[in-house]
Design a protein around this ligand. Structure first.
Ligand code: TYD
Length: 207
């Protein structure tokens, strides 16, 4: 199973991914944890171009092509081989982030992004997507308290982040079979339990 995590900046994805990874390890379920942009050597090199620098460094179309170049490398070199070995792949962000950030956030057409997806990856998509939903005012405050220079998207204005939130929720409405929305305003342990329940139900396992 290919599982992705999506959500706005500061939605607590990293913490939840770590907790889930530990739970998989404790249950001896073979898995790989990865992230986008990045996850393979080539994609990590492209990541540097994308997440640092000025907020307006790239136009939406060029940025999308860079995200898809990174994604294609990541899928072919890491995700598909791991799935072929029978491992569960858990990925921090995937194609929904492009539809939402570059599409809804930056105004590139959803048709363009979906056509690019089909051209590069066909109908390859996650079997399950967990969307961590949080008020952007809270998410950005959390994100700001972290150190580092990967702030290019966090520096976009608050309206942008409200559109991002609405974008993820509308994907979840369109694809209720694949997407599960979790309230990320709750305590970490509560969120983790909710996610574990979703995964156990979906995969018919006991994490
Ligand atoms: P990430 O490292 O997941 O940051 P965070 O921990 O804040 O979620 O992602 C870096 C940024 O890249 C994030 O702000 C969202 C953005 N992004 C896109 O704009 N499009 C994409 O397709 C992906 C995968 C990420």
């Amino acid at each position: 199973m290919f599982i992705t995590f999506e959500g706005g900046d500061g939605s607590g994805k990293s913490t939840q991914l770590q907790l889930l990874g530990k739970a998989f390890t404790a249950s001896a379920i073979p898995h790989v944890m990865t992230r986008e942009p990045g996850g393979s050597a080539g994609a990590e090199a492209i990541r540097k171009l994308l997440v640092s620098g000025e907020a307006d460094a790239w136009d939406a179309e060029t940025e999308t092509l860079l995200f898809y170049a990174a994604r294609l490398d990541h899928v072919n070199k890491l995700i598909k081989p791991a799935l072929a070995e029978g491992k569960t792949v858990i990925c921090d962000r995937f194609a929904d982030s492009t539809l939402v950030y570059q599409g809804i956030g930056k105004g590139l057409s959803g048709e363009y992004i979906q056509a690019l997806h089909r051209l590069t990856l066909g109908n390859f998509m996650p079997g399950l997507t967990i969307i961590l939903d949080i008020d952007p005012a809270i998410g950005l405050k959390r994100a700001a308290s972290r150190r580092g220079n990967e702030t290019r998207f966090e520096n976009m204005d608050i309206d942008f982040h409200h559109r991002i939130r609405a974008g993820f929720l509308s994907i979840a409405e369109r694809e209720p079979q694949r997407c599960m929305v979790v309230d990320a305003g709750q305590g970490q342990e509560t969120i983790h339990k909710t996610i574990v329940d979703i995964i156990n139900n979906k995969l018919g396992i006991h994490v």
